[in-house]
Design a protein around this ligand. Structure first.
Ligand SMILES: [Ca+2]
Length: 348
């Protein structure tokens, strides 16, 4: 298995380097400790009787998502538009986000080394400061004070030594957090896990359809959800934790949707298998066309996270979406897998 990151093309390499360099230029510094935002409220977690499935049987821990047609997208932010018709076949989907315990089993069985645990090749990432060449990932830290919300370096830091085992940096660990969603994983990491399970990552259309829970009008509700792990207060400095958690929550702490899916909205963003482009369906303008070979490689992520607040990133909705750099791991992003069904599950 490669010890350096498997960059996919010179353009992607350059784009990734530029993106990471941009983060560095914003003044990210290495920090290595738990923060308030990463610390769960254990008392509340115990009270909530968080739901969790094991994985001992085929399909155990998965629920059936029926085939259907719906209107994909939303109209709150530009990238969600236009709303377009979509159709999906039926499929099985993990009822919960892949957990640290499940990802640990994969790593134990395969010896897989995640992107964040590999050094960055200086030949393909020229100009990065030394710390940015070290294996690491981006971590959210709650600042005490901020000067506006334009400079995201006030709360996002590139931390050498941060990875799925140490999600807030080398001094942190996942001990006691086996049922928390795994974070600090990239698309390649998630896709490799899915292949190992003989499964796949969902497409954006599949993910969004599943998140609707059979309610075709779900996208019309733009209110901050009460039954999901989001941010209560003024992001990024005040979070009351009124929903029970100021940081990540264990999987399955909130009521499932009508399909039996937990945490589709909030807790962690979830990776899909779709290349991201900054428009939604339809024919993109020529300068918006993105391919694997000649544009910044990002994957679409869905569902929002524990950091989503009404005053900033109100993306706690099924139709919301963002792009995530393919090779950069972050502390608010995880994933779940699906198992596609035979042709008989096609919508009529
Ligand atoms: Ca919360």
């Amino acid at each position: 298995m490669n010890k350096t990151r498997p960059w996919r093309s010179s353009t992607v390499m350059a784009a990734s380097a530029l993106a990471i360099a941009a983060i560095a230029a914003l003044g990210f510094v290495a920090l290595a400790s738990h923060t308030l935002a990463e610390r769960p409220k254990h008392a509340e977690a115990k009270l909530r009787q968080c739901h969790f499935h094991g994985e001992a049987e085929p399909h155990r821990g998965m629920v059936w998502i029926p085939a259907g047609r719906y209107e994909e997208g939303d109209n709150v932010y530009p990238e969600e538009q236009p709303v377009v018709p979509a159709r999906v076949a039926g499929f099985w989907m993990d009822s919960h986000e892949v957990t640290n315990a499940e990802f640990a089993a994969f790593v134990k069985a395969t010896g897989y080394v995640t992107d964040a645990e590999r050094p960055v090749d200086p030949a393909t990432h020229q100009g990065l400061p030394p710390d940015m060449l070290k294996p690491g990932a981006v971590v959210f830290f709650m600042p005490k004070h901020i000067d506006g919300t334009e400079n995201i370096a006030q709360w996002w830091h590139y931390v050498p030594g941060a990875n799925w085992r140490h999600p807030a940096g080398p001094a942190s660990s996942i001990a006691g957090r086996e049922n928390y969603p795994v974070v600090e994983v990239t698309h390649a990491d998630a896709a490799q896990y899915a292949r190992w399970r003989h499964r796949a990552l969902p497409s954006e259309a599949e993910w969004e359809w599943a998140a609707r829970g059979g309610n075709p009008k779900a996208y019309l509700d733009h209110d901050q959800p009460k039954g999901a792990n989001t941010w209560q207060g003024v992001f990024p400095v005040v979070n009351s934790g009124a929903d029970g958690f100021v940081g990540l929550a264990p999987s399955g702490c909130y009521a499932p949707n009508a399909y039996g899916l937990y945490d589709m909205i909030g807790n962690v963003w979830e990776l899909t298998d779709d290349i991201y482009r900054p428009s939604h369906g339809g024919d993109p303008a020529p300068d918006q066309t993105i391919s694997r070979d000649d544009a910044v490689l990002r994957y679409t992520i869905k569902g929002g996270s524990f950091l989503c607040a009404p005053n900033y990133c109100a993306r706690y909705r099924s139709g919301a979406r963002e792009g995530q750099e393919a090779d950069l791991a972050v502390s608010h992003l995880g994933f779940r897998t699906i198992l596609r069904a035979p042709e008989s599950a096609e919508p009529q």
